[in-house]
Design a protein around this ligand. Sequence first.
Ligand code: ZN
Ligand code: ZN
Length: 474
Amino acid sequence: MGMRKNQSTLTADEKSRFINAVLQLKANGIYDRYVQHHRDLFNSGIHNTALFLPWHREFLRRLELDLQAIDPSVNLPYWDWTIDRALTSSFWGNDFMGGNGVPSGGAVQTGPFAFSTGRWTLTIRDNPAARVELTRAIGSGSSLPTTNAVLRALSRVPFSSFTVELENLIHNIVHVWIGGSAGTRSSPNDPAFFLLHCNVDRLWAEWQKLHPTESPFQGDGQFNVNSPMPPWENEITPPTPGRVSDHIAMGYNYGPDDPVPVPIVDLTVGAPSHQANIGQAGEFDWYRFVSPLASTYTLETQGPSDIWMSLYGPNSQSALVTEDDDSGEGSNSRIVSNLSAGTYFIRIRHYQAAGTGNYSLSVNRNAQPPGPAEIVVNGPEVQGSIAATNESDVYLFNASQTATYTIVTSGNTDTFLTLNGPDNQNAFISQDDDSGPGSNSQIIRVLTPGIYYVRIRHYSPTGTGNYGISVRRT
Ligand code: ZN
Ligand code: ZN
């Protein structure tokens, strides 16, 4: 788990590793792809929509992973502008972001991103005629947001109110305060962009901690929790707001106390229903269960409340599998889903934002439909095959009268036979390896009436092959 620190607490070594990784990302061309994505999408949904926070979170996380590919010790630092407000702050030092433009609004001439270093030429710009040097006009366009303004934004609920205030009254004016390149569509040209946005991202996480019963994200008319975010929408699992609303699940945190863990109740598959309730308006209840093998599961709620159920996994609390409102009894929810092996998470909420009430929840693995195939006594030989190593095939036959029965395999496979019964798949009677022709198996027994079960496997745990099996009564 990577920890994102306040930039003011970084050691000289941490600062230089961060700067070096940024410079290498710039040199190999990847950094400029970020600038280009932000410029191209600037007016296409990533600002002034519900995507603002999720999109920039994904954007930062990708850059951070690219930096870590260069230096695994690097994490994105955040810049808390309510504390480090002055141009004299170490944030603008020569060993970190460098200083103001000279004259103000002109090119940055100090620090690692000065044009004179030869390592920071702006290749992606809003228009081709714009200057190729990083520019800044610190403090000339606005004042930095205050602590009170940030606290006021953090107090807003629901998410839709919070994000609008954070974006417009806090985030925008930090861009304007830096000015120059940071005030353009190509604003990631100024590496301070990423530390500014890291703090914005931290405030979203902080807001979630302050309002644990609020939904961490709400859609708007344009985007919902499952909207694939550009430019990554053609990826096999494209990022969506739902997939990025839990930053811990994405592999980073903002310090050892982040977050206050949300209690998760472990459910046992097949156990009696778990009794619970939505005690407060907006409450989320979280559950976890393990699917030991790929199978079909039924998750359902019961009781008088109109429950909304969301299923996440495998092994992720933010990767949405599916959601359901009313497929269960009454207003209850039911999800039937084929799941691969892994740990899954269930989130329960009331369908109505202000709703409360009791419910119970159960998870069951569905019965596997294929039962044993039947061998007809004195009927035709049944053809089968051990298709995979360690596979075993089970058949049943009906002994209708007390008599001597011969169970025998045929073919070139070295089969191993086990006979169980009567009327019980686990009551052992006999087993045989090679009593039949060649390497075939044969069991001859006097059996009383009942259903008997024959299990066939290869003698070798790694062997496979075809066989025939028949049962004769004499
Ligand atoms: Zn942006
Ligand atoms: Zn921004």
